[in-house]
Design a protein around this ligand. Structure first.
Ligand code: ZN
Length: 181
């Protein structure tokens, strides 16, 4: 099933999402649907709130990217806990399926340590770095109710304010299904 993507301005994107209780949701089916939804939108990461479910789950799929360390990075993160961020800050141009056609340089630390369950409820604690860490940080923010635009300095925010307003009214050019707030 392909879900419509929630856009900037939708209140669900601003809520801290809840843990999934084992058994309350078919996480295998749901994560497959998330992968399908994300593939239709050419995304590399997608979090529950972006398709209208305020639960702590996100998926990543870097298999279509050029970057060598992303090619085999396809997995589901359930009830993740971000333990630490470390390393140097580095800038990278981020985008978001919920904020179409806006890309901005965002500075984040280069390493994360995170615990999570996979779709079979196996628990892992792992370190990720570089692009993998970046995608995890962006998606983890989604389940905390944060968006990448929150990190922009106020002058940048002012510059994109009208574009964000248009997005929240559904006035944006996208090739995937969206749900207008
Ligand atoms: Zn996003």
């Amino acid at each position: 099933m392909i879900y419509p993507i929630r856009l900037y301005g939708d209140s669900i994107l601003r809520k801290k999402a809840n843990d999934i209780i084992e058994g309350e949701l078919d996480v295998k089916k749901f994560s497959d649907d998330m992968f399908d939804t994300m593939a239709c939108a050419d995304g590399i990461g997608l979090a529950g709130p972006q398709i209208g479910l305020s639960k702590r789950i996100f998926v990543v799929d870097g298999t279509t990217l050029e970057e060598e360390d992303m090619k085999n990075f396809k997995q589901v993160f359930i009830n993740p806990i971000l333990h630490s961020e470390s390393g140097d800050f580095w800038e990278f141009e981020e985008g978001c399926l919920s904020i179409p056609n806006i890309k901005e340089n965002i500075s984040r630390k280069s390493e994360v340590e995170i615990s999570y369950f996979d779709e079979n409820w196996n628990k892992f604690t792992e370190k990720f770095s570089g692009m993998r860490a970046r995608v995890i940080q962006h998606e983890y923010d989604h389940i905390e109710g944060k968006l990448f635009t929150d990190y922009l300095p106020s002058i940048k925010k002012k510059l994109i304010r009208s574009k964000l307003n248009e997005i929240s009214k559904g006035k944006c050019d996208v090739k995937y299904k969206i749900k207008i707030p």
